[in-house]
Design a binder for this molecule. Structure first.
Ligand code: F6R
Length: 612
C-alpha cells in the first residue's frame, strides 16, 4: 500500500525523500510526490506513474532553488479514492498551500467532512479522502501545528498514517498513526519517518514503531511523543538487527530471487533460536511464553490472508497430526464477518508477514475480545500484530521486499511446525517421534540449498512452458496446501491463470478445463497416496495436458507417467511443503522474467494490505 517518508535534518531533502520512496516501491504504488520546506517556502512536486516520472520532473530543480530545503515529506500512492493522477497524488495541501499532508489508509467519514468543509468555504481540488485532512488541520490551525493536528484527529474516522508539515511551523514534522504502520527513525542531527524500516536503514537503525493514535513530533535534534490528548510520553527506541545491505539486491537481478536464495539461512536462523541442545535436543518456546498452560487448549484457530493463510492450511494439517487437536485455518476476511463461534479455550494463531494486514488484525481483535489467547507469527517485531498478541514468535527472515512472499512463507511454516510439535509434546508426543522431527527440521536448510543448486532445471522447464495459458497445481494432504501457494505465486507475478485443487477433486469439476493448453503440476510427497496421484496424472495426460511432478529424489514412481519430474530431498511427509514450494517459487519467478515482467512489483498488488 502507500509509502510514506519524511526527513528533517541538515541535508538536502528532496534526494533523500526520493531514495526513501524507492526503498518503499515494493509496497505497490501508482503515483508519487514530495513536499519540501525551504527558503522558498513549501514546494510540492507530484507525478502519476513510476517514481522515475517524478525524478524526471524535478531533475533540473535540484540544488537550484524551489526544491532546496532540509525538511520534507514524500509519498507513493496506491489509489483508493480517485484514479491515479497528478492531482490525486500526495502530498495534499490546504487552501492556503501552507500545510502539506501525506497519508496512508482510508478516512471513512471523508464524504461527510468534505460537505462540512465546503459549507465552511473550502473548495476541493482532488477526489481523494486525504485532502480533507489538510483542510481540517488548517481549520484548527491557530499558530501551533501540533494542536491543529490534535484538533483534526478528533474528527477523523478510519485508518491513517500521516506525515504533516506547515510553512508557518518550519522546524518540525508531525507524524501520527492509527491502524496503518509508521516508523520513526532517530538519527544524529536528523530524524525520519517511514512506512517501513528499509527506507530508514541508510540513516539509522534506532527506531520507534508508533503505536495506535500516538503522535511523534520530529525536530532536527529530538523526537517528542504525545497521545491524542496532547500529553507527552516517554518511549524507548528499538535497535533494528537488519543492516542496509539486507534491503539491497546484493548482486541478484530481483529481490524475489534473492529472497528465494535466502531461505536456507532464514530457515536456519528461525529454527536455531528455538532448539535447546542440552542432552537430547528439545524445542524451547518458553522464552516466548509458550509453556505448559497452552496444552489445555481445546481447539486451534488459525487466521491469516493470502500466502500466510496457506501457511495456516499447512498448520491445520500439522497441528492435527502432531498434537491431535481440532484445528481450523480461517481466511481472516471471511472469519471476521461470519459471527464465528468462540471458545475461550481456543488458541488463536495469527500469521502475518507484515503484522499490519487489516483483515488479519480485525480477526485477531475479535478473537481477543472473546477471551482466547493469541499467538502471533510475524516478520516485523514492532508491528501492530506483535504488539497486540499475547505471545509472539518471529520469523527471522530479514526484510522481505519483493511483493510475492517466499522466505516469509517458509519461515512461517518453520514457526508453525515448532509450535505444533511443542503442543504435541505437551499433549503426549513421545521422545522418539519428537527427536525424529527435530532432526528432520534441522536438515531442511541444507536440503533447501540443494534444491536451489539445481535451479537451472526449473529455468529450462520454464523456458518451454512459460506461455501456457492455464497452469494447475494438484496434490493431496500437505501437497494440496503447497499447491495453493504454488498457484498463487504463479498468478501473482506471471499473470498466468493458475489454480490449485485437491487432486481428489479433479473428477468433480476441474478436469473439464484440462486440454492441450494446460500444464498440470502434481505435487507428490505423500507416499501413502502415490497411487492415487499417479491415476490423477494419467487422467490429465489423457486429456493432452503437459504434466510435471515434484517428488522425492529416491522416488521413481512417476518417471513413466509424467512428462517431467523434479526431485527434492527426502524429508518427513508432513515437512515437505518447506521444500516442495521452492521449485514452484522458482518456476513462478522464471515465468515472470521470461514474460518480460518485473517479479518484484506485480501489477495491482501491494506488499502490505493495510486497508480492507
Ligand atoms: C502473496 C502475499 C500475500 C500476503 C497477504 C498477507 O505472495 O504476499 O498474499 O501473504 O497479503 O500479508 P501478511 O502476511 O503481511 O499479513
Amino acid at each position: 500500500m502507500c509509502g510514506i517518508v519524511g526527513y528533517i535534518g541538515a541535508e538536502e531533502t528532496a534526494p533523500i525523500l526520493i531514495k526513501g520512496l524507492k526503498r518503499l516501491e515494493y509496497r505497490g504504488y501508482d503515483s508519487a510526490g514530495i513536499a519540501v520546506l525551504g527558503s522558498a517556502g513549501l514546494t510540492i512536486r507530484k507525478s502519476k506513474g513510476a517514481l522515475k516520472n517524478l525524478e524526471e520532473k524535478i531533475e533540473g530543480e535540484l540544488g537550484a532553488g524551489a526544491l532546496d530545503g532540509t525538511m520534507g515529506i514524500g509519498h507513493t500512492r496506491w489509489a483508493t479514492h480517485g484514479e491515479p493522477s497528478d492531482i490525486n497524488s500526495h502530498p495534499h495541501t490546504d487552501v492556503s498551500g501552507k500545510i502539506a499532508v501525506v497519508h496512508n489508509g482510508i478516512i471513512e467519514n471523508h464524504a461527510k467532512l468534505k460537505v462540512w468543509l465546503m459549507e465552511h468555504g473550502v473548495s476541493f481540488r482532488s477526489e481523494t479522502d486525504t485532502e480533507v485532512i489538510a483542510h481540517l488541520v488548517n481549520f484548527y490551525y491557530k499558530g501551533d501545528l501540533l494542536q491543529a493536528v490534535i484538533g483534526a484527529l478528533k474528527r477523523l474516522e478510519g485508518s491513517y498514517a500521516l506525515g504533516i508539515i506547515c510553512e508557518n511551523d518550519p522546524d518540525r514534522i508531525i507524524a501520527v498513526r492509527k491502524e496503518s504502520p509508521l516508523v520513526v527513525g532517530a538519527g544524529k542531527g536528523e530524524n525520519l519517518i517511514a512506512s517501513d524500516v528499509p527506507a530508514l536503514l541508510e540513516y539509522t537503525r534506532e527506531v520507534y514503531y508508533l503505536e495506535d493514535r500516538e503522535i511523534a513530533v520530529l525536530y532536527r535534534d529530538r523526537i517528542e511523543f504525545y497521545n491524542e490528548e496532547g500529553e507527552q510520553r516517554q518511549r524507548e527506541s528499538r535497535h533494528v538487527e537488519w543492516d542496509a545491505a539486507a534491503a539491497e539486491k546484493g548482486g541478484y537481478e530481483h529481490f524475489m530471487i534473492k529472497e528465494i536464495h535466502e531461505q536456507p539461512k532464514a530457515l536456519r536462523d528461525t529454527l536455531r533460536a528455538r532448539i535447546k541442545i542440552a542432552g537430547t535436543k528439545t524445542i524451547n518456546l518458553e522464552e516466548i511464553g509458550f509453556d505448559a498452560s497452552w496444552a489445555k487448549a481445546e481447539r486451534v484457530v488459525i487466521a491469516a490472508c493470502g500466502t500466510a493463510w496457506h501457511a495456516g492450511v499447512i498448520g491445520k494439517y500439522a497441528f492435527e497430526k502432531f498434537a491431535r487437536i481440532h484445528t481450523e485455518a480461517e481466511i481472516a476476511s471471511e472469519y471476521r464477518y461470519r459471527n464465528p463461534i468462540f471458545n475461550p479455550k481456543d488458541i488463536f494463531l495469527i500469521i502475518s508477514q507484515s503484522g499490519e494486514t487489516a483483515d488479519t488484525l480485525a480477526a485477531m481483535r475479535l478473537a481477543k475480545k472473546s477471551g482466547a489467547r493469541i499467538i502471533a507469527i510475524t516478520n516485523v517485531v514492532g508491528s501492530t500484530l506483535a504488539r497486540e498478541a499475547d505471545l509472539v514468535m518471529s520469523t527471522l527472515a530479514g526484510p522481505e521486499i519483493a511483493v510475492a512472499s517466499t522466505k516469509a512463507f517458509t519461515t512461517q511454516l518453520m514457526c508453525v511446525y515448532l509450535i505444533a510439535l511443542q503442543l504435541g509434546r505437551l499433549r503426549g508426543m513421545n521422545d522418539t517421534e519428537l527427536a525424529a522431527h527435530i532432526e528432520a527440521l534441522e536438515k531442511l536448510p541444507e536440503q533447501a540449498e540443494r534444491i536451489l543448486a539445481g535451479k537451472e532445471d526449473i529455468q529450462r522447464f520454464a523456458s518451454l512452458q512459460f506461455n501456457k495459458s492455464k497452469v494447475f497445481y494438484m496434490g493431496r494432504l500437505f501437497d494440496y496446501a503447497t499447491s495453493l501457494e504454488s498457484a498463487l505465486k504463479l498468478k501473482e507475478i506471471s499473470y498466468t491463470h493458475s489454480e490449485a485443487f485437491a487432486a481428489g477433486e479433479l473428477k468433480h469439476g476441474p478436469i473439464a478445463l484440462v486440454d492441450e493448453t494446460t500444464l498440470v503440476t502434481a505435487l507428490c510427497t505423500q507416499p501413502a497416496l502415490f497411487d492415487k496421484m499417479d491415476s490423477n496424472i494419467k487422467e490429465v495426460k489423457a486429456r493432452h495436458a503437459a504434466t510435471a511432478v515434484i517428488t522425492y529424489d529416491d522416488v521413481d514412481y512417476f518417471d513413466k507417467t509424467a512428462d517431467q519430474v523434479f526431485r527434492i530431498p527426502r524429508t518427513l511427509d508432513s515437512l515437505s511443503p518447506i521444500l516442495a514450494i521452492i521449485p514452484c517459487q522458482l518456476y513462478a519467478y522464471y515465468c515472470s522474467v521470461l514474460r518480460g515482467l518485473d517479479p518484484d512489483k506485480p501489477r495491482n498488488l501491494a506488499k502490505s494490505v493495510t486497508v480492507e
